[in-house]
Design a protein around this ligand. Structure first.
Ligand code: PLP
Length: 348
């Protein structure tokens, strides 16, 4: 099984936090345009959201180079992950992935009968695609890849990922969890939609929880072949689980490219500041392309976590191969300064 699990459950300590840096949320909040749309949506709360679904899917499909029928909306991407876990666990078989990745889908699939085969990452904490390719055996039902990866923040070069999908997807479905894709600079963002329009058996999972700041509002979607979406749909509560308020806010946020650029730039600034401050102290920070940073620490995870929380700083800790790590979400510059201040105190 995936050995990279939470070592602490910090959520009961949340109310006392000065800096909530444990869930990769957007510290800047939602777009002002999305707020306005939420208020307008209140007047439409009595209506089913048929037109709004169509409007958002058309926007997304146009940008991704797919058809609206290649898109299924959901209340957050977790629903897509869970549907895939349920479907591919049915009747047993193996889900192939790497160690040290997001394990919600994996844990669920394991609970419902799948075997999880998590291969070691490369030395620089990336998915080892050649190793995954070499392990595609007849019992493998699905490959799960997270790009950018959580918790390492690492990315797979786009050309390598595309070649991998073209080779593997004809044999076994490839699930790419792109929760953090919006943190790529727009010019460098992988455009895997074109592989879907080529007919490849790939499932892309997306969320508004990160750069759009919708973690509480709940909005996500899958991009895949229509037959695959139909299969996954059967394991969900249906698209109407997304409210008209969230949809209208989502449309406004999606169109507010200035807000997304602002959040991406602020994230990069605070991430660079924190990476440099930790590196200056002699810590080896894994280069991150997302809104969190992972680095090995020199204290036991429980002692470190307890002391950071006692200082009002919420972070996450994990043990991996006997090495303790801290994962800190990127907050505002003020929050990262508070984090560094407490970190220095705690590690002495
Ligand atoms: N996938 C990854 C890699 C994540 O880190 C998260 C949340 O942090 C999710 C999926 C689920 O996010 P949500 O259900 O809010 O879209």
């Amino acid at each position: 099984t995936n050995e990279f699990a939470f070592t602490d459950d910090p959520f009961d300590k949340m109310p006392k936090l000065r800096a909530r840096l444990l869930a990769n949320e957007n510290p800047l909040g939602i777009s002002p345009n999305a707020k306005e749309a939420l208020v307008k949506a209140a007047d439409l709360g009595n209506r089913y959201a048929w037109m709004e679904f169509a409007q958002l899917k058309t926007l997304l499909a146009t940008d991704e180079g797919v058809k609206p029928t290649n898109i299924m909306m959901s209340p957050g991407s977790s629903d897509i992950l869970m549907a895939a876990a349920d479907h591919f666990a049915k009747g047993g078989g193996t889900i192939l992935t790497s160690t040290m990745t997001y394990d919600d889908l994996l844990q669920r699939a394991e609970k419902f009968g799948a075997k999880i085969k998590a291969l070691p990452m490369t030395k620089d904490y990336k998915f080892d695609l050649p190793a995954i390719k070499a392990n595609i055996t007849p019992d493998v039902k699905m490959v799960y890849i997270v790009n950018p990866n959580n918790p390492t923040g690492t990315i797979i070069p786009t050309a390598e990922l595309e070649a991998f999908i073209r080779e593997v997807a004809p044999k076994v479905p490839v699930f790419i969890d792109e929760a953090y894709i919006d943190f790529f600079e727009p010019a460098e963002r992988p455009k895997l939609g074109k592989l879907v329009s080529e007919g490849q058996n790939v499932i892309l999972a997306r969320t508004f929880s990160k750069i759009h700041g919708f973690a509480g509002l709940r909005l996500g979607y899958a991009i895949a072949q229509p037959e695959m979406l139909k299969t996954l749909h059967a394991y969900t509560n249906g698209e109407f689980a997304v409210s008209i308020t969230t949809l209208m806010a989502g449309i406004a946020s999606y169109k507010d490219v200035d807000w997304q650029n602002h959040c991406r730039a602020e994230n990069a600034k605070a991430r660079n500041y924190t990476t440099k401050a930790l590196t200056d102290m002699g810590y080896e920070v894994i280069p991150s392309s997302a809104n969190f940073i992972l680095f090995p620490i020199r204290m036991k995870t429980s002692a470190f976590s307890n002391q950071m929380f006692a200082n009002g700083i919420g972070i996450q800790t994990r043990d991996f191969n006997g090495q303790p790590y801290c994962r800190v979400s990127v907050g505002t510059m003020d929050e990262m300064a508070m984090f560094m201040d407490s970190f220095k105190k705690v590690v002495g």
